[in-house]
Design a protein around this ligand. Structure first.
Ligand SMILES: Nc1ncnc2c1ncn2[C@@H]1O[C@H](COP(=O)(O)OP(=O)(O)OP(=O)(O)O)[C@@H](O)[C@H]1O
Length: 693
């Protein structure tokens, strides 16, 4: 290996000098590209560009491209092509010179792939892989692997990148994507993938980079259909929301399942067993029956007025029309599938067309417009209102949860009496507007909306923390997929919801992609080995079938487990000590303890702020309710009273596993009572702080 990890002051390294010159050239070319783009803008194309991109987004793209702290490249490959060596500098976006020749290659381009994948065993044509180190925007060092000569080693920059203190939202990993991650990032668009990944293996990062890769590679197709990223809560979205924009992708919708299904105002929380029931896939069939099962049999002929004359459509034919349409509401063939609202329109047209045929048989020739007008006459509308009544999604769910007879008809053979009773609102709300809608109800309303009308689908959906989704939530995501593909990310060991699956098949079937291959990720980048080993003690109890993660880093001293008799002094001391060095700090406790912990820190003069799910960014010292910790990470984590976290909910040990795996550099566990059984260590002495190395 040859490298200059930091520059010596005496003799400037000629490699560094040359690379800095290339950096300066790339920066100049970028400036020219921007100037050319704004010249085009000045020439009046801006209206078009702004209309296409949205003025704010176009502005944001320009600002990002101009960020001096984002160097134009981070790596380089030298490969042999015949007699000559071909060199590519790899960066976040393509940079070309005035003649149009490439100066930097986009990391997503096929030519960049060997940078991520080549090894000494399979150099993929590379003689050398070079990685660069930066301080701010300045190039300060590099390291080389001479792959052709068998030299391959773990990058020093990987560790440096992981350990760089966090001060805000999640960063991209584009300079250090690892081969097993790159395989997933660059999988073909048509391929749906499920990643079962242990904590900190980079699932979220991989999912976001995959979205960016797909948008680059299939821009035309995906710009029409769009890419959707779904995360567990708004605090998480706030944490990840800058990653795609820094990769130049400002056009990806990022939301939660609650955001996708926000058709009614959520103001109530269901007891767990009711939430489980409402999230059960049987509810889809109950809703379908409640809607389609209430279509009535025609009992009389209908008189249709067409161009001033009246035609009688006999009841037998009306029955056939209704039956045919109902069948099309059941079909598995997506092309043939008829939604309820469209069925209603279609029925009116079938009746009007019957009259038209009668008129044609009598020698008339009514136009399409006249036929459509006949379908809107009061007689035909009245017939449809009786037989195929107009419905709205919230109204349907409201009816189902308040009308015992309707529920009984729809749930026959599916839900027993007890389950039906558990579903019903008691007392029954007077109107849709005042109903105590819960998150699970909102998902039911969304399902009903999907029965009424076709839901707009995306070309690709990245679904994070998918292990927590109920079958009905899975269906809500599946509806948004249409013909698109899916990247499912999750960890069964971190499943905390009451419907948590024990394997991925259930979730993947619910998502409409039962054949999806599950790919494991087990190399943990976030959590130091000492901390991961400690958390992994929970695995035999919470997920005995999953292989434990292995950490890529070891950091002796990163774990401290400390029994305390009272929290106040030790907590303030620990947090003050951690706050003395740069980096983010998360103090995680059981949800009900957040107030106490904030108050204790405030009393010690430490500016801690409780993290909430309103989407606000975490403060430097964030007090994190255990239920919001998922997906987040902090340089240092203090876990307060793990036993209380476990006791707070049925899957409390899974929650504790999430909480114990949030730290990048330091984990301190403070416990007033006993530790949960799997964590009790023979080496721990009463009253003493113990670092478990
Ligand atoms: N190849 C990489 N290079 C640099 N950092 C990486 C790499 N892979 C992952 N990381 C870092 O490791 C941390 C964990 O990544 P991420 O949050 O994507 O993991 P995860 O599998 O989603 O974790 P969890 O399931 O615990 O929430 C992040 O800080 C991420 O930037």
């Amino acid at each position: 290996m040859s490298s200059a990890l930091s520059e010596s002051t005496e003799s400037p390294d000629p490699v560094l000098t040359a690379e800095r010159a290339h950096l300066a050239r790339a920066a100049d070319c970028l400036t020219e590209m921007r100037a050319a783009a704004s010249a085009v803008t000045d020439a009046g194309v801006d209206a078009w560009a702004s209309e296409r991109l949205g003025a704010a987004r176009a502005e944001r793209l320009r600002a990002l491209a101009a960020d001096p702290h984002v160097p134009p490249f981070f790596g380089r490959t030298d490969g042999r092509v015949g007699e000559r060596t071909e060199t590519f500098h790899i960066g976040r976006r393509h940079v070309r010179d005035a003649a149009g020749d490439p100066v930097v290659i986009d990391w997503r381009a096929p030519m960049s792939r060997p940078f991520y994948q080549a090894s000494a065993a399979e150099p993929q044509g590379l003689e050398r892989r070079r990685r660069f180190g930066f301080d701010g925007g300045e190039l300060t060092g590099y390291e080389d692997e001479l792959l052709g000569a068998g030299d391959e080693h773990e990058s020093h920059y990987l560790r440096e990148e992981i350990e760089r203190p966090r001060s805000g939202p999640m960063r991209d990993i584009v300079a250090t994507i690892q081969p097993e991650q790159d395989d997933i990032v660059r999988a073909p668009l048509a391929e749906s993938i499920c990643v079962q990944g242990a904590p900190g293996t980079g699932k979220t990062a991989v999912g976001l980079h995959r979205a960016a890769y797909l948008l680059y590679t299939h821009g035309g197709q995906l710009s029409r259909t769009g890419v959707l990223v779904v995360g567990p809560n708004r605090a998480f979205l706030r944490y990840i929301e800058q990653v795609l924009p820094t990769l130049g992708e400002v056009d990806v919708e990022q939301t939660t399942v609650a955001g996708l299904t926000a058709r009614v105002p959520v103001r109530a929380v269901d007891p767990p067993q009711v939430a489980v029931l409402k999230g059960d896939a049987r509810m889809a069939e109950v809703l379908r029956r409640a809607l389609w099962g209430e279509i009535a049999k025609p009992v009389d002929d209908v008189q249709v007025t067409l161009t001033g004359r009246r035609y009688r459509v006999p009841v037998e034919r009306l029955k056939r029309y209704v039956d045919d349409l109902r069948r099309r509401g059941r079909t598995d063939d997506d092309q043939q599938l008829l939604h309820y609202a469209a069925g209603r329109e279609r029925l009116a047209m079938l009746v009007a067309e019957d009259a038209r045929r009668q008129k044609e048989a009598a020698g008339g020739s009514p136009t399409d417009a006249e036929t459509r007008k006949a379908a809107r006459t009061p007689e035909v509308r009245g017939f449809c209102d009786t037989v195929w009544p107009a419905r709205d999604a919230a109204g349907l769910v409201h009816a189902l949860l308040t009308d015992a007879a309707l529920l009984r008809r729809a749930a026959r053979g599916l839900l027993d009496d007890e389950e039906q009773a558990a579903l019903r609102w008691d007392p029954a709300p007077r109107s849709v507007r005042t109903a105590p809608w819960s998150e699970s109800d909102a998902v039911l309303v969304d399902e009903a909306a999907g029965l009424l009308e076709r839901t707009e689908g995306y070309g690709h959906v990245v679904l994070d923390e998918a292990q927590d989704l109920s079958p009905m939530q899975c269906r809500a995501v599946a509806r948004r997929l249409a013909a698109g593909s899916l990247t499912v990310l999750g960890d069964l060991a971190q499943a905390t919801s009451p419907w948590a699956p024990s394997d991925w098949r259930e979730t993947l079937a619910g998502l409409g992609r039962p054949g999806t291959v599950v790919r494991p990720l087990t190399r943990g980048y976030r959590v130091p080995g000492e901390v991961l080993e400690y958390a992994n003690r929970l695995l035999p109890v919470i997920a005995p079938d999953l292989p434990p993660a292995t950490a890529v880093r070891s950091e002796p001293g990163s774990l401290t487990v400390r029994p305390v008799s009272s929290l106040a002094g030790p907590l303030a001391d620990v947090v003050a000590g951690l706050a003395a060095v740069p980096g983010s700090i998360g103090v995680v406790c059981a949800d009900p303890a957040v107030g106490e912990v904030v108050a204790l820190l405030a009393a010690a003069g430490l500016p801690a702020v409780a993290l909430t799910d309103d989407g606000d960014a975490a403060a430097r010292i964030a007090v994190v309710p255990a239920t919001l910790a998922k997906g987040l990470e902090f340089d240092a984590v203090v876990v307060v009273d793990p036993a209380a976290i476990v006791a707070a909910e049925p899957r409390g040990l899974h929650r504790l596993y999430v909480v114990l795996t949030r730290a990048v550099s330091t984990l301190v566990v403070l416990h007033r009572g006993d530790l949960p059984a799997p964590l009790i260590d023979d080496r721990e002495d009463d009253g003493a702080a113990v670092g478990l190395a």
